[in-house]
Design a protein around this ligand. Structure first.
Ligand code: EPU
Length: 335
């Protein structure tokens, strides 16, 4: 174990911790310890960490901004990697030659995987580049937004997906091999990027549309206000806990509120305000589960099962979780 520790610390000096509480790294503020937590600052540190993990037979789990994660109370065995630092947090024009003024940025920018979405929105807005306003209020990073194909509909009902903005991705696999993929090779779908499994996103080449900075700012404000009005931001959560079932999306519209989103069904099933331990179904938006400050992962999972059972009984629909549960397979949980 001592030599493993030494090897990990040599791979990412000062950036490896043991037994790191995952509640510090998730928007839910829930989760047991990561056995080994590493924050590589640039791709070579990442490659070195992966090599140590492969030699030691450690499982590797990637964690981005933690905005869509439910970590089990038992924690995550093996190596948990969180890209951080300027080596992963850049936003640069595609042409790197010469001095580039803000007004010369062009419409394509390369965003590092650990760039917080909030920074991306602000920098794009400042440069008069439109296309990521819909991410307003999403507390994640670029890498996670790619993997999840983060999406939303705006206050006019129009759908936006992060994958639509991606032109190319630079990715690394667990053996340290790096390649560049066109967006089509990611297999973007609703809250998914099927073909990226097994690959770590290092950076994304994003395409924007030039627009007036003031107009962009107004759209960001409007979208943010729309989310604050319709969703529950009063306590830690992961946003929507269930995916909207694609088969029954927008099938009913006799009144404005009757389309069968997951939130609508969980609401109809009488779950608003339902509590298990420290986890509560939001009284405001039934697809939000809130942590009252004392929730355990087990409380949330029990609430998820209760909601799934009720919706199945009432609507015959099997809800699928949108939140990523770690470890994904309970058999990996240490006893
Ligand atoms: N509704 C209810 N009761 C509820 C919740 C919703 O009747 O408790 C009704 C609403 O009135 C509305 C419909 O259900 O008619 C849909 O609700 P909403 O407009 O809030 O959208 P959603 O489908 O629940 C989706 C995304 C959100 C995204 C919003 C806004 C999914 C799973 N959710 O929510 O994404 O922010 O649209 O664009 O696709 C997330 O991914 O974490 C997330 C919050």
């Amino acid at each position: 174990m001592e030599s493993l520790k030494d090897d990990l610390l040599a791979a990412a000096p000062g950036r490896v911790r043991f037994g790191e509480p995952m509640r510090l790294h998730t928007s839910f503020h829930i989760g047991g310890p990561a056995e080994i937590w590493a924050e590589p600052q640039e791709p070579e540190q990442l490659r070195a960490l992966l090599a140590v993990a492969a030699d030691a037979g450690l499982t590797v789990t990637m964690v981005g901004g933690g905005a869509n994660l439910l970590v089990r109370d038992e924690g995550i065995p093996g190596l948990v990697v969180h890209l951080s630092g300027t080596g992963f947090q850049y936003l640069t024009p595609v042409r790197r030659t010469g001095t580039v003024r803000r007004t010369d940025l062009g419409t394509d920018l390369i965003a590092g995987a650990a760039l917080p979405l909030e920074w991306l929105i602000r920098r794009a807005q400042g440069a008069g580049l439109s296309g990521v306003e819909f991410l307003a209020g999403v507390p994640g990073h670029v890498g996670g937004a790619v993997r999840m194909n983060a999406g939303t509909h705006d206050d006019e009902g129009k759908f936006h997906h992060f994958g639509d903005r991606v032109r190319e991705l630079k990715v690394m696999n667990l053996t340290g091999q790096v390649k560049t993929l066109p967006a089509e090779a990611a297999g973007f779908g609703y809250r998914s990027s099927t073909f990226l499994s097994g690959w770590i996103v290092l950076e994304a080449l994003l395409r924007f549309t030039p627009d007036d900075a003031g107009e962009i700012a107004a759209r960001v404000r409007r979208l943010w206000a729309f989310k604050k009005r319709t969703q529950d931001w009063s306590a830690p959560s992961v946003g929507c806990i269930f995916k909207n079932p694609t088969s029954v999306r927008r099938t009913e519209s006799t009144s404005g509120t009757s389309y069968r989103s997951a939130g609508w069904m969980v609401d109809q099933a009488g779950m608003k305000g339902f509590r298990i331990g420290g986890a509560i179904v939001s009284p405001r938006h039934a697809n939000f589960i809130l942590n009252d400050g004392n929730a355990r992962s087990a409380d949330v999972l029990a609430l998820v099962e209760e909601a799934r059972a009720r919706v199945l009984k009432q609507f015959g629909v099997e809800l699928e979780t949108e939140v990523q549960i770690l470890p994904a397979h309970p058999e990996l949980v240490k006893g």
